[in-house]
Ligand binder design. Structure first.
Ligand code: CU
Length: 226
């Protein structure tokens, strides 16, 4: 993680505790979050249009689900009355595993254990993204608008129905289709992951991101993190 002077903590709709940082380095813009996922919790199926995401599970305990089908139209998500619901495939994450979830695919995950599990996310701005204030494809801006700011990690705020609703209704403003309930975008779940999904990688971008974080932590002025 980039070592910020003042860490930013936000509570997500599934009770996730996110520690956020956003970095800019030249044309590279990304948001990274080290998160704690409560037992049994995880985000409902959703689609990103302006960011490409990575999931890193330091300790495993997380099952990711991911579609093979793409939904490139922000106005036509994977609902019955738009593009039809889709099949998702589950990946049982091992410790220290990384999975890439590019824009346009339906994905989400669940903590399959009875303990809190760590998960680190990276969302990198895609070149088709409109400009958001932090140059990160809108993710940090989205969570700052609809998440609940945590001031004291020992006294977590309540997740309100209003916040849960805002996650869905405000999504498209930030290029996100977020479903209200699991079956809204999904008609079938399978554990036979097609190689197409496992072959989704972008190691070049991931290496740029890792280097940017190292450079920032070493005090290089070419990278700004906040
Ligand atoms: Cu996502």
């Amino acid at each position: 993680m980039p070592k910020l002077k003042k860490p930013v903590y936000i509570l997500g709709p599934a009770g996730e505790i996110f520690n956020f940082a956003t970095c800019n380095a030249g044309n590279l813009g990304f948001t990274i979050a080290a998160a704690d996922i409560p037992a049994g919790a995880g985000p409902l199926p959703h689609i990103h249009h302006y960011t490409n995401e990575w999931f890193w599970t330091p300790k495993g305990g997380i099952e990711i689900f991911h579609s093979a089908q793409e939904f490139p139209d922000l106005k036509k998500p994977a609902t019955i009355d738009a593009n039809g619901r889709t099949e998702v495939y589950t990946i049982d994450m091992k410790s220290n595993q990384i999975v890439h979830g590019p824009k346009f695919y339906v994905h989400g995950f669940v903590n399959t254990t009875n303990e809190t599990a760590p998960l680190t996310f990276i969302w990198m701005q895609d070149q088709i993204s409109p400009k958001y204030p932090m140059n990160d494809g809108g993710i940090r801006e989205y969570f700052e608008e609809v998440g609940i700011k945590i001031n004291d990690l020992k006294a977590l705020p309540e997740i309100t129905d209003q916040a849960r609703k805002a996650f869905v209704t405000q999504g498209p403003k930030y290029g996100i289709n977020q479903s209200y309930y699991f079956l809204q975008y999904v008609n079938h779940v399978s554990n036979k992951v097609p190689s197409k999904i496992l072959n989704l990688r972008d190691d070049k971008s991931l290496n740029r991101i890792v280097k940017a974080i190292k450079d920032y932590n070493q005090g290089k002025s070419s990278v700004a993190c906040f």
